[in-house]
Design a protein around this ligand. Structure first.
Ligand code: MLT
Ligand code: MN
Ligand code: ZN
Length: 301
């Protein structure tokens, strides 16, 4: 299995275009910018799947050599997209894929619904994507409903199993029912080697389902949006605490890592208020965890 970490920042990226906070200013001057959270994964190194489609997708794809099309063709190694949520920072990049001659998108039922109504990227893509050779007709993307606990067989000997992480809706979908699988993680397993990776960039709390997913995994990429629950309020003067925003702070997930030793743990989806984006503190290193960086390649086993 190969994983290319395409982006590691939360919505807005680092620096965020309209932010002059200390972290964004340091990123502007120090060059340690981060693009928005996105991953590419492959079982055989030939068929690749995106997990989420960030607003920075075009630049991210161009920076990943394994995602280049075969010379002289439009034969892309990209076979499809799996979504962990319907959040804009995970879905705006779908529009960037509109030139695709075929596009498969995997999403849970509420996310799939939201992406056809509240944020109608599905119908929009249908006008551009999947053109036949004459260009006369577009078939649109091929949408598949993801159900937690029901594995999906992907090309290249890769299996993806979603696990439920809660009902936090995107703000644009606030009028839609708040039950159901708005947020999921994925457990990827490679046939043959049994290599296993877990990706959970949005985590409101550490649940038994997550415990089950990380058991026996080789690598786990986790929600690192905020370093502490109070970070956002302290930095912005607002009242919002991270748990209510669907993000378990790193400080509060570290003790769970100690309970579940074994996997290589990396934090991703870092908000631009998060000091971990610039410097990994000793308590993270002491827990055996890392902060992921854009472009990181993970090869398993
Ligand atoms: C989130 O991760 O909580 C969302 O992407 C926030 C947002 O940008 O609206
Ligand atoms: Mn986000
Ligand atoms: Zn900032």
């Amino acid at each position: 299995m190969r994983i290319r970490v395409l982006g590691t920042a939360a919505g807005g990226g680092l620096p965020q275009w309209n932010c002059g906070c200390a972290e964004c200013t340091a990123a502007r001057h120090g060059g340690h910018a981060r693009s928005q959270d996105c991953l590419a994964v492959s079982g055989d190194g030939r068929a690749w799947y995106l997990v989420n489609a960030s607003p920075d997708l075009r630049t991210q794809l161009l920076a990943a050599p394994e995602l280049a099309p075969a010379p002289g063709t439009r034969d892309t190694p990209l076979r499809g997209v799996l979504l962990t949520s319907g959040e804009l920072d995970h879905t705006l990049g779908l529009l960037t894929l509109r030139e695709a001659s075929g596009l498969t998108v995997h999403a849970t039922a509420p996310v799939r619904h939201a992406l056809h109504h509240a944020f109608p990227v599905g119908p929009l893509l249908a006008a551009y994507t999947g053109a036949d050779r004459t260009g006369a007709a577009n078939t649109g993307a091929d949408w598949h409903t993801v159900t937690p606990g029901k594995p999906v067989e992907l090309e290249g000997g890769l299996r993806a199993e979603a696990f439920a992480l809660g009902g936090k809706r995107p703000r644009y979908a606030a009028h839609l029912p708040d039950h159901g699988d708005w947020v999921t993680g994925y457990r990827f397993t490679e046939d043959g080697t049994g290599a296993c990776a877990v990706y959970a960039p949005g985590l409101a709390e550490w649940t038994p389902a997550l415990d089950g997913a990380v058991a026996g995994a080789d690598v786990v990429l986790l929600d690192g949006t905020f370093a502490t629950a109070e970070e956002l309020a302290e930095r912005t003067g607002g009242a919002r605490r991270s748990p209510g925003m669907g993000h378990l702070a790193v400080q509060d997930s570290l003790p769970h890592l100690a309970r579940r030793p074994g996997p290589r743990y990396l934090y991703t989806h870092l908000n631009n208020t998060n000091p971990l984006a610039g410097r990994t503190p000793p308590e993270v290193t002491a827990a055996g965890a890392e902060v992921a960086r854009d472009g990181l390649l993970i090869e398993l086993p």
